[in-house]
Design a protein around this ligand. Structure first.
Ligand code: ATP
Ligand code: MG
Length: 602
């Protein structure tokens, strides 16, 4: 520890004791929440995790209470909860007390409109203050929240709202005009639209201006006494492998959100935290709203989309201490090189984490050079509701590994027999399907309107994730690929991630997407699509050099047989490479559901 530090804050540790936090000019450097992995796992129980929160009388549970009211009532009402940085650079700050009051007003507004607990409130807007207030207000009122990504076109919005039987929609005037107005006839169940920036003279029936319907309400609201199993959230998956599924989550999920924020993201109440994900995706809800607030931090919200200079500026100016982002953004930063970081002061940063896709080892090496610390990869899914496997602050990072299971999470590598029976593979380094023992609080409770599909995710005690992985002798998990993406070539099972990561090591490669294409001899043949970094041009020589590099790194059996250059790879709006689309296009097959496709490179 450096000189000149002084104790100026406290924070509870996992065993409930107060630990002294030290802060100095160089930033906030608390002791990690998870110091001794084995010891914490051994003594962990979900009851102890529940005791980190408060709950409602008679065993009730409400996310808004744990995220906001608990702090406001516990003497931290004045602490900055949300720091919103608008696209025009203007800033807005809400304390925990202000966030409680604002979300109480929203809950009253829902009641005034006759919206009942259990009904669904959809949110379709950018990362503006009203989104956060509406989400917390809807939890408070016992409604189910369904966030939608604002860049969706009218069709994906309509489908999701129809499927989810939306009763209320919170959106902006511009989005309403462009995407919703023409759909209203298709959505007879949609009774009310609240426009965050609407004027009180709104002409459309059942369309209300936020100012008119919310701001005049009282800030005293008696929280709806939700039960732990009441459904709080409907989240649609990213649609990487097919039509998006609607995962339902209960209020009790907040126990996982809180615990994983504490252990995996190492959140301490004095942190300035920034999760770059949009709340339209599960990461932006679980870790862009709920976990940071239950952990009492200052949560930075940036309205504008990715731009390297803006992002570096936010990290520096806001003195962000914990940063949670995604491989796709990291790859874009890497593309610009470490030169782009020159002159910025990142001394407040103390912990970096990543989720959503495999984090190539190269990205960890880069972040060590760029920020003086590694990105900590972690793994989870919309269905798991919260982080399940992670690299921790106090543990060594093995670049390319997703880390180790969270305390309370029993993970295994399993194989499925022809008859569906599941066998746990005890042997280290064997590939198989990643499974989790059912029963953690944020496990999805169902797929919307697809109960049979939900049932198929389980076999006995195990939830089967559909991802392939292996566990090494130290207990670290390594992602191999999605079961759907794995390539079978000449008797080998090849995970696209391994091939993509090897290609990424080459100085010219910005991104790579790898698929299997049918081959009469080998079954499948490995093909790579590669986007180049600025300053490199596609050429036959470079193609040959990349093939040679891959063969040297991976061996002839695993290396791609062909490489094709692309300006961009097709990605979901949450930033995941859509290998199924690369494949469909390559083979001239139907493209399937492309409602979450970000940019069409055709
Ligand atoms: P869909 O289920 O609709 O095809 P999706 O699986 O991409 O979409 P999400 O729930 O957003 O939807 O993503 C979860 C998936 O993302 C995981 O199952 C895994 O395949 C991938 N993923 C998430 N984090 C990681 C990680 N750290 N390493 C590797 N893969 C990851
Ligand atoms: Mg999935």
């Amino acid at each position: 520890m450096g000189d000149g530090r002084h104790s100026d804050a406290t924070n509870t540790t996992d065993n409930g004791q107060y630990a002294v936090i030290v802060k100095d000019a160089a930033g906030f450097a608390p002791p990690p929440n998870l110091l001794d992995y084995e010891a914490v796992c051994d003594r962990f129980s979900w009851d102890a995790a529940r005791a980190m929160l408060e709950g409602l009388p008679d065993g009730g549970r409400n996310i808004a209470y744990e995220a906001v009211d608990r702090h406001a009532a516990g003497g931290r009402g004045g602490h900055e909860a949300l720091r919103l940085i608008a696209a025009d650079g203007s800033r807005r700050s809400l304390s925990y007390a202000a966030l409680r009051d604002a979300s109480c007003r929203f809950a009253h507004a829902l009641a005034a409109l006759g919206v009942a607990p259990g009904e669904r409130v959809f949110v379709l807007c950018g990362r503006v203050c009203e989104l956060y207030v509406a989400v917390l207000g809807a939890f408070r009122a016992g409604c189910t929240v369904c966030p939608l990504f604002s860049a969706f076109g009218p069709e994906p919005i309509a489908t999701r709202m129809e499927l989810g039987d939306a009763r209320v929609l919170v959106t902006t005037r511009a989005l309403y005009r462009r995407k919703i107005a023409a759909l209203r006839e298709r959505l007879p169940g949609l009774r009310h639209v609240i426009l965050t920036d609407g004027s009180t003279t709104e002409a459309e029936p059942d369309t209300h201006a936020w100012d008119g319907i919310v701001e005049s309400q009282s800030a005293d609201y008696v929280l709806h006494p939700t039960r732990p199993e009441d459904i709080a959230l409907l989240h649609f998956t990213s649609g990487t492998t097919g039509r998006p599924k609607g995962a339902l989550h209960a209020h009790e999920a907040v126990v996982t959100h809180h615990m994983t924020g504490h252990y995996a993201l190492d959140l301490h109440a004095e942190d300035i935290f920034w999760c770059t994900a949009d709340p339209g995706w599960v990461t932006g809800m679980s870790y862009g709203i709920i976990a940071p607030l239950t952990n009492g931090v200052t949560n930075v919200v940036v309205e504008s989309e990715f731009d390297a200079a803006t992002w570096y500026g936010v990290l520096e100016r806001e003195r962000v201490s914990v940063w949670y982002t995604a491989p796709t953004a990291i790859r874009m930063l890497m593309k610009l090189g470490t030169e782009a970081l020159a002159g910025y002061d990142f001394s407040a940063l103390r912990f970096l984490a990543s989720v959503g896709e495999p984090l190539n080892p190269e990205a960890v090496v880069w972040s060590n050079a760029a920020f003086g610390m590694p990105f900590h990869d972690n793994w989870w899914q919309t269905e798991t509701g919260g982080i399940m496997i992670a690299n921790y602050c106090a543990l060594d990072v093995k670049p390319g590994s997703m880390g180790r299971p969270l305390p309370g999470i029993d993970a295994a590598i399993v194989s499925r027999g022809e008859d569906g029976t599941v066998t746990v593979i005890e042997q280290a380094d064997e590939e198989g399907e990643l499974a989790l023992r059912r029963g953690w609080p944020s496990m999805m409770r169902d797929y919307l309107n697809e109960h049979a599909r939900y049932e198929r995710c389980f076999e006995g005690e195990w939830y089967l994730t559909g991802d392939l992985a292996r566990r090494d002798a130290d207990g670290y998990y390594w992602f191999v690929g999605r079961a759907d993406d794995v390539i079978k070539s000449a008797g080998h099972l090849i995970g696209p991630f391994e091939v993509e990561s090897a290609l990424m090591e080459h100085a010219a490669v910005a991104e790579a997407g790898v698929i299997g294409i049918p081959d009469a001899v080998a079954g499948e043949q490995v093909k790579a699509f590669v986007a180049l970094k600025p300053g490199y041009t596609a050429s036959r020589e470079l193609n040959r050099a990349l093939l040679g590099h891959a063969r040297k790194r991976l061996g002839a059996a695993v290396a791609p047989k062909t490489i094709e250059f692309r300006d961009n790879l097709p990605k979901t709006r949450s930033g995941k490479i859509m290998r199924r689309l690369l494949k469909a296009r390559e083979l001239g097959l139907p493209e399937g559901d492309i409602s979450t496709l970000e940019s069409d490179e055709h």
